[in-house]
Ligand binder design. Structure first.
Ligand code: DAH
Length: 336
């Protein structure tokens, strides 16, 4: 029985298995070595023809060769499976590195120009003794209109292009169309004297264009004290305008109408070429508004004002189109 030549064939197959590149070649080698038509299988089937004295020994040697060949095939399969696994892990690996090496230096961001304007406004007014108040962005008709002396039949309601919220009675709940409702909320909660500013987001059903945004920012001011006059209002506006725009900039009041103030005015700021630019509205708080908040108009008076923060930033930076503020183009924003 030529068992030794089998052993030599198995050793050769072992070498081929160790360098087999894929499962198909392993299967081919296995077929050659152990398959139904292999020399090993053929030899086994002919063991019966041998001398009884030789049979046992030949059988043992053939089995040893077979065991060795099977182990080599299994080892080759395991080697290929392991390398397939590590290839998959490498492909699925997540790169959690936060920072690329020097090729892309980090750029530091900064506050949005409208936020910067809001912060500066707060600083100017806090410097004048005011505190900062806030109110909700979703309001009821009472705070947004009624308490501000705008009853439901009042034509001024139409001019606000209010965005209503589908909640409760029709036209009862809305996105606030101005920051004036914060006046009411503050007077509800605090006793005079009151000096507050209230910056915040406001909303109107306006199509965005170069000078309008449907969601924009206003700042409201309210001062309630004894013996407050229109002169205090004019002086406060003048002081704020100079602190914000520079000492050379002047302000003026023009008669106007708002339901929540009497008398009412609009205020303008001067431009280097001598022209005037409208900034916002203001006036002496209407006695009805004070009464709606349980404040006696015989004892307390006050003034209020309100204007758009986005528009202020547009003026300050001489920007052509207010929509630039919401386009989020870093090339634009990084200029400020
Ligand atoms: N709320 C007004 C608006 O959005 C602006 C305004 C005008 C506010 C006069 C005031 C004021 O406080 O006194 O059009």
């Amino acid at each position: 029985m030529p068992g030794d030549s089998f052993a030599a064939a198995a050793a050769d197959a072992e070498k081929r298995l160790a360098s087999a590149a894929d499962l198909e070649s392993v299967a081919a080698i296995e077929r050659d070595l152990l398959g139904r038509r292999s020399k090993l299988t053929d030899a086994k089937s002919r063991i019966g023809d041998l001398d009884p004295a030789e049979r046992a020994d030949a059988g043992r040697r053939l089995n040893a060769v077979r065991d060795r060949a099977e182990a080599a095939v299994a080892a080759a399969r395991e080697r290929l499976a392991a390398s397939a696994r590590s290839a998959r892990y490498a492909a699925e690996r997540l790169d959690l590195t936060e920072r690329l090496p020097q090729t892309a230096p980090l750029r530091r961001g900064h506050l949005h120009p409208v936020t910067q304007a809001r912060d500066r406004l707060e600083d100017v007014f806090v410097g004048m003794g005011y505190t900062v108040a806030e109110g909700p962005e979703v309001e009821s008709a009472w705070y947004n209109f009624e308490a501000l002396n705008i009853p439901d039949w009042h034509p001024a309601r139409g001019s606000f292009d209010t965005i209503f919220v589908n909640l409760g009675e029709p036209e009862e709940v809305m996105l606030r169309s101005h920051t004036s409702p914060v006046q009411i909320r503050v007077m509800d909660q605090r006793k005079p004297p009151i000096y507050i500013v209230a910056p915040g987001r406001t909303f109107r059903a306006d199509t965005a264009d170069a000078t309008h945004l449907p969601a924009f920012n206003q700042i409201e001011g309210l001062a309630i004290d004894r013996n407050i006059t229109m002169g205090d209002l004019a002086g406060t506006i003048d002081e704020f305008v100079r602190a914000f725009f520079g000492r050379e900039v002047k302000s003026r009041l023009r008669p106007s109408y708002f339901p929540f103030t009497e008398p009412s005015a609009e205020f303008d700021i001067s431009r280097p070429d001598g022209s005037w630019l409208e900034l916002g509205g203001c006036g002496m708080v209407h006695p009805n508004v004070l009464r709606n908040c349980g404040i006696d108009p015989e004892q307390w008076q006050g003034f209020a004002f309100g204007f758009g923060i986005d528009r202020l930033a547009v003026m300050r930076h001489e920007i052509d189109d207010i929509r630039e503020f919401v386009n989020n183009d870093v090339r634009f924003l990084s200029q400020f």
